[in-house]
Design a protein around this ligand. Structure first.
Ligand SMILES: Nc1nc(=O)c2c([nH]1)NC[C@@H]1CN(c3ccc(C(=O)N[C@@H](CCC(=O)O)C(=O)O)cc3)CN21
Ligand SMILES: CC(C)C(=O)C(=O)O
Length: 351
């Protein structure tokens, strides 16, 4: 036992039970700093974790083009942080979108109008760090691109430079053509987004299916042509009748990525937490969402079991603890008893 610890035992034990003052192995303990590098382990969610190696060629804009030419459906999913992007990338998604649905699904906001550029950038960065294979797209949040093409380009550049994504998405058709031209002209790929554009929910009168009448279907086609002409590499079609989306897809020579737009699109996108079922029971889900998992139930079950096992002292079990040679512990106990005895005698002397 070190002299310092013995001194601590001596001085503190006069007024308080000594065991409270034995330094613990908590994370704030300075001894942690002295660990040799080889012993330092990272969480499995960190970039240096022991996650399986993902060996696929990174998806580029050319890969997307080539999938489109081969008529192979393009897969896209949203992600909002390192773990959700990590798993999406490993599952082999072609594209990962940091959608502004981040506002609701990760930040608990009411709708997408509240999310700020700085918040999008933070999440884009964490997604970009996890994504080695998929092509990343960052959503330009409301208010960062509508004022002028110059404003849009400035925001798009921030997305690339700070957010570390490979392309940007913005909502709007014909009226956004000059903006899309400006951004793509600077070498930043743009994914357009037409049909139901959630950032304009107040003008649309809510989340309403678009292109249901002949005239609104024609407007959708017009918007699709306009964004294609302006240089968008693909276009999201959200909440439009399947036959309209299929026809628009046929008429275009860039890929359409459907969400609530049926099976005739060149690819599909969904919000990851929706399709994973990672939300409490009873929450409204758009009818186009297919729930492929039940992550909420599984998480709830695991957390409840953990809670119960901690309360009942079932966890941690012996296999979750670190062994120590019996003799070393016996010595440890004995030394403490001896020290306590010495202190008792000293205190007695002082009387
Ligand atoms: N979690 C989440 N997932 C999404 O897919 C999503 C969001 N949030 N927020 C932004 C938009 C809103 N989305 C929605 C929401 C509702 C419908 C919807 O189903 N609306 C009515 C349509 C009524 C009509 O016009 O016919 C419906 O009853 O189907 C569609 C898209 C899709 N987006
Ligand atoms: C659903 C997709 C297309 C989206 O825009 C988002 O997640 O914000």
């Amino acid at each position: 036992m070190s002299r310092a610890l013995l001194n601590t035992l001596r001085t503190t034990s006069r007024c308080t039970p000594i065991l409270r003052h034995v330094p613990s192995s908590s994370s704030s303990s300075p001894s942690r700093i002295l660990l040799p590098a080889a012993q330092v382990r990272w969480s499995s969610h960190s970039p240096l974790g022991s996650a399986p190696v993902n060996v696929r060629k990174p998806v580029t804009i050319n890969t997307i083009q080539s999938l489109y030419r081969k008529n192979e459906p393009i897969t896209m999913i949203t992600a909002h942080d390192f773990p959700s992007a990590h798993v999406a990338d490993h599952a082999g998604m072609d594209m990962i979108l940091v959608g502004d649905s981040l506002a609701m699904v990760a930040l608990g906001m009411e709708d997408t109008s509240e999310v700020l550029m700085e918040e999008m950038l933070l999440h884009c960065k964490s997604v970009a760090r996890a994504t080695k294979g998929a092509f990343t797209v960052g959503d330009l949040p409301m208010g960062t691109y509508e004022i002028s093409p110059a404003q849009a380009l400035e925001s798009a550049i921030r997305m690339i430079k700070v957010g570390r994504v490979k392309s940007v998405k913005l909502e709007g058709g014909k009226e956004m053509a000059s903006t899309i031209e400006k951004v793509t002209g600077a070498g930043i790929p743009v994914l357009a987004h037409i049909g139901l554009t959630p950032q304009r929910q107040n003008a649309l009168g809510g989340f309403r299916v678009q292109g249901k009448s002949t005239s609104s279907a024609l407007k959708l086609l017009e918007d699709a042509f306009a964004v294609q002409e302006a240089g968008a590499f693909a276009v999201v079609l959200e909440a439009v009748p399947a036959e309209v989306a299929a026809l628009v897809t046929k008429e275009l020579n860039i890929p359409t990525i459907g969400i609530g737009a049926g099976n005739g699109c060149s690819g599909q996108v969904l919000v990851q937490v929706d399709m994973l079922g990672n939300f409490p029971p009873g929450r409204f889900l758009p009818k186009f969402v297919k729930q492929y998992g039940n992550v909420w139930d599984e998480t709830y079950r695991a957390l409840s079991q953990y809670k119960n096992e901690v309360k009942s002292r079932e966890y941690p079990a012996p296999e979750h603890t670190y062994p120590m040679p019996k003799e070393a512990f016996a010595d440890f106990e004995k030394t403490i008893e001896e020290e306590k005895e010495k202190v008792r005698l000293q205190n007695f002397d002082l009387l």
